[in-house]
Design a binder for this molecule. Structure first.
Ligand SMILES: O=C(O)c1ccccc1N[C@@H]1O[C@H](COP(=O)(O)O)[C@@H](O)[C@H]1O
Length: 230
């Protein structure tokens, strides 16, 4: 699982194919969000997800919080990986693992001002029912907790990556210009980007994607080789 690259906000089959060709491993589909600003309909998402070939895979990014509803939604979409971005109670995470043990679950940890201790407690509390954590940014101006295009305090993510018994994916304002620094400072198992890969038209820019993948892979390889000092 080390060195994984995810891109979120896929719009159609052509974009999915371009991302896979460029070396992106997981493709994120934000759906059932509080804002209702989905990039595509659920029917369109099912079609795009069906076009993704292993080892690449589709990931549902959602604010759903009820275990049975999450299980059913993943089955409907044809995905086996879900990124839970809402405030999911620990009991629901436990139930989800019980009713669908093979579903791969990412749980978000949204970094806000002065909430490091609370996030660390969440990691401790729910790690048994989560396969990977993802740190993301909070925009205090809008209240958004994803696709903000904003970086957060990477020292918080670095601390969570060190203490988590599960791998950590880093997200929030990542792009080709900052991903090497981000990986060196946080030492995550994976990185994820949405808006930082887009052009002015809101679609993924192939050159930004190419550079993001190239630099992510370089940084992960340097860390694995121990080239980067702590
Ligand atoms: O991608 C979205 O639209 C989204 C919406 C609501 C919650 C989470 C969402 N996505 C996650 O946010 C990260 C970071 O986005 P950005 O790089 O800062 O623009 C994105 O990669 C998704 O994991």
């Amino acid at each position: 699982m080390y060195g994984l690259i995810q891109a979120a906000g896929i719009i159609d089959r052509a974009e999915a194919a371009m991302l896979c060709e460029a070396g992106v491993d997981w493709l994120g589909f934000p759906l059932r969000l509080p804002s209702k600003r989905e990039d595509l309909t659920e029917a369109e998402a099912i079609d795009v997800i069906a076009s993704i070939r292993s080892p690449h895979k589709g990931v549902v990014i959602t604010y759903l919080t009820e275990a049975e509803e999450i299980r059913a939604f993943c089955a409907e979409l044809g995905v086996r990986t879900v990124q839970l971005h809402g405030d999911v109670p620990a009991a629901q995470l436990r139930t989800l693992k019980q009713i669908d043990p093979e579903l791969y679950v990412l749980k978000s940890l949204v970094v806000e001002k002065d909430n490091t201790a609370s996030l660390a407690r969440t990691v401790e509390e729910v790690a048994d029912w989560v396969d990977m954590f993802i740190t993301d940014s909070f925009n205090p101006a809008t209240g958004a907790k994803g696709a903000t295009g904003m970086v957060h305090d990477w020292r918080v993510s670095a601390k969570l990556a060190r203490l988590s018994p599960r791998p950590l994916m880093l997200a929030g304002g990542l792009n080709a210009d900052n991903v090497i620094d981000a990986i060196e400072q946080v030492r995550p198992a994976a990185v994820d980007a949405h808006t930082g890969l887009e052009g002015p038209d809101g679609r993924k820019d192939p050159e930004k994607v190419r550079l993001f993948v190239e630099r992510s892979k370089l940084a992960f390889a340097r860390l694995a080789l121990g080239v980067v000092a702590r």
